[in-house]
Ligand binder design. Structure first.
Ligand code: NAP
Length: 323
């Protein structure tokens, strides 16, 4: 495994991270979830991502990781999405941050969270209040670092400037979606702004939820036991299942085969070509997927291959499943 520094911080995360959305604590059976987490750890993954809004994922990840020395892995969780019906049970107010941090610590069964992420931007709370609460949690030792997820370039610039003025510990990461079909972070200056402000990128859905593994074929039935086949998990992936997208994945898979890799390895290596992407956070419903995907770190992409990839991708446009 290779490890990269997360932004300007001294924290090092594995190039492939393991997430838990729509899998652990929900669609994936407990025993399989534990086996996936163990497999990831054994293969050198040290970066584990979860959220207070992923069903029972925090408990499952926390209990699986308990088997290993706490210093050997990085646990990242998040808050923002509603935890109840009350007006203070959501968002990024000081009250909610303090309460949810304690709740996540309990669910994870740990004394500290390595990376605490604001899952979205909160228009109803001054950024200064959020940054101060995160800084206080760091001073209390409940979190080690703070980051954000899906914040825009302007929101990141603003937070860095306010935090700097108030002499608060800087945010160290941003977690946006990023894959061959979802490239707004390139277009909307998020990659550049994060680099300028010292935030590293930990990107989610790098395989477009499985579409960039090549298992969904144009004109063919959706494979059983896949995310797209399950009505509880296919809400977002359905928007990728268009004929033009699937035709494109066939061409990408052919190109990957020329390189001697699978499409999922190629797609992950493509995401990791960006130097400020510290980790590509994959999901996995079975250990064998992790074994396959992790080999992406060995794949090198030449300028010629990148140019051919652009040509293939130019046939598809208009993506924004999560925005
Ligand atoms: N910050 C945010 O707002 C946000 C949003 C979404 C996700 N995330 C984080 O990012 C993580 C990853 O997101 P994601 O699950 O969408 O990532 P992904 O890696 O793009 O998709 C993962 C899914 O693809 C399928 N898959 C993976 N490898 C495969 C292989 N080699 N062969 C066949 N199928 C394979 C599996 O689903 P099946 O086997 O079930 O088909 C797997 O669960 C999440 O767990 C979460 O931690 C964050």
């Amino acid at each position: 495994m290779n490890y990269r520094r997360l932004g300007k911080s001294g924290l090092k995360v594995s190039e492939i991270g393991l997430g838990s959305w729509l899998t652990y604590g929900s669609a994936t059976a407990e025993e399989t979830a534990q086996a996936c987490i163990r497999k990831a750890y054994e293969l050198g993954i040290n970066f584990f991502d979860t959220s207070n809004s992923y069903g029972g994922a925090e408990q499952v990840m926390g209990s699986a990781l308990k088997a290993y020395p706490r210093s050997s892995y990085v646990i990242a969780t998040k808050l923002f999405f509603p935890q109840g019906d009350g007006p203070n049970e959501r968002g990024l107010s000081r009250k909610h941050i303090m309460e949810q941090c304690d709740a996540s610590l309990k669910r994870l069964g740990t004394d500290y969270i390595d990376l605490y992420q604001c899952h979205r931007f909160d228009n109803d709370t001054p950024v200064e209040e959020t940054l101060r609460a995160l800084d206080d949690l760091t001073a209390q030792g409940k979190i080690l670092y703070a980051g954000v997820s899906e914040w825009s370039a302007a929101q990141i610039a603003d937070a860095a400037s306010i935090g700097g003025r108030l002499n608060l510990r800087p945010l160290i990461s941003n977690q946006p979606i990023y894959n061959m079909f979802e490239r707004y972070i390139e277009r909307e200056n998020v990659v550049k702004q994060c680099e300028t402000e010292g935030l590293g990128l930990v990107v989610f859905s790098p395989l477009a939820q499985g579409v960039l593994t090549g298992k969904y074929k144009p004109g063919q039935a959706i494979p059983q036991e896949s995310r797209a086949a399950n009505d509880k998990t296919n809400g977002v992936i359905n928007s990728y299942l268009r004929e033009d997208v699937l035709a494109c994945t066939v061409k990408l898979e052919e190109l990957a085969a020329e390189l001697g890799t699978t499409l999922s390895q190629f797609a992950l290596a493509w995401v990791l070509r960006q130097p400020n992407v510290a980790s590509a956070i994959i999901g996995s419903s079975r250990p064998s997927q992790i074994e396959e995907n992790i080999k992406a770190i060995e794949v090198e992409l030449t300028d010629e291959v990148l140019a051919r990839t652009e040509e293939i991708l130019s046939e598809v446009s208009g993506f924004a499943p999560l925005r």
